[in-house]
Design a binder for this molecule. Sequence first.
Ligand code: ZN
Length: 101
Amino acid sequence: MESHNELIEFSRVSTLSKLFSCKNTIVNKILNSEIQSDKSAEITNDSRCLQHGNHDLDYSKPIKITDIECQACKTFYSKFVHLFDDKIDEVCYKTKEQNSD
Ligand SMILES: [Zn+2]
């Protein structure tokens, strides 16, 4: 299947066509996702403009933010992944009641 139009065509002739037309199913969302996928294409293009640096890391030990040489990844890491020590304690404290029992 090469294009979204082919998917639409497939959804019409498929034995699962009723499922495709059923609202709130994943396949229905995919079928109606054309406008959204245009937006995500823009985001992908933006991220391609980012200049990445060296990604060679020693994965045998925990990665520290100072180990990350690539500036683009370092920015992403510090923005979305990195926790300061006091935040680690906070997460530890606030989730101590959580378990799988
Ligand atoms: Zn990078």
